[in-house]
Write a protein that binds this ligand. Sequence first.
Ligand SMILES: Cc1ncc(COP(=O)(O)O)c(C=O)c1O
Length: 378
Amino acid sequence: MKPFPVYPLMNINVQRGLGSYVWDADNRKYLDFYGGHAVISIGHGHPHFIKKVSNQLEHLAFYSNAVVNDLQIELAKKIGAISGYSDYQLFMVNSGAEAIENALKLASFKNQRTKMIAFERGFHGRTSAAVHVTDNPKISANINRGFDRVILPWDDLVTVKKHLSKGDVCAVLIEGMQGVGGVHIPDPAFLKELEILCRQTGTILILDEIQSGYGRSGKFFAHQYSGIKPDLITIAKGMGNGFPTGGVLISPDFKATFGLLGTTFGGTHLACAAGLAVVEVIEKEGLLENAIQRGDQLKTALSQFSEVLEIRGMGCMIGVEMPFPVKEFRKIFVEKFSVFTGSSSQPNTLRILPPLTVSELEVEEFIEKFGVCLLEYC
Ligand SMILES: Cc1ncc(COP(=O)(O)O)c(C=O)c1O
């Protein structure tokens, strides 16, 4: 048997990682400013992460959600405290898409409605309902189109208002900062107004913080720059620093009943150990502050290149708009200059997602190599 070849692979066999770097099978060192789709939050091979996960593995990797799990309780408490959502509840899952599925389901349980609103360029995952609220018909099969949904223009309050005014929308789903769509920050005034409209019409507001959350923007959640409080918040990616885990933060207005949601693998002992290690490192090492400083450093340095048309984003989530499609540039950047970066659904946008632990020197190294690569490319 062979793997089902759905991924256009780079011919790089990554074997180990430390901090902002990874090494391939020939021991070649790469600067990782992508973190495998924004997953690496506290850096590769962080000693606290290794210790906590290994220690847990020696005791117990897994037992089901049928028994008390102290680690889940501890993790929920820590995420609540660090995010400012202490009064919310945590339901743990295994991936981003699964978090979205459960958030949509909770919204529909709550108000019994079925119609969803999402936004242009938005990405929310590839599973059944998640892909239907994602703005990419190419990855949606007929079986996925089982409920009414509209994809609306970004930041367009008038259109959103028109759709919400009938009072038949179940939920509005929006990323705290769009990732796959090319790094776009929602206008804080739009989010604020959206929150009010949702409250007035009994619509559930879901913030997808799967990519932009967990400190990546410099606040724990990107939407916290707007001062709003959504009903549901989805998390994954940086939550486990590579260990597959995710979750939904659920407002106290939602009451659980036994069996309402469920999963075999969500919130296992090992996943909780990984999640706890990440939160502890973010807190201990002041990584929100570091994300802001390194993000500002990156933006200032990038703005000095005349080829750069626009720089979007905050903290360790930056989109760089180039005057050319970035596919070939990224290829040269990694193959010749050993630097990993990301693409997006917008062909001319380069996505930069270093770990929140990235240092000033590593940003300087990135900028120097970016400049040389630009000279070579142009
Ligand atoms: C904002 C957002 N939501 C959801 C997902 C889906 O997450 P997963 O790939 O873990 O299912 C992603 C993945 O890129 C994402 O960026």
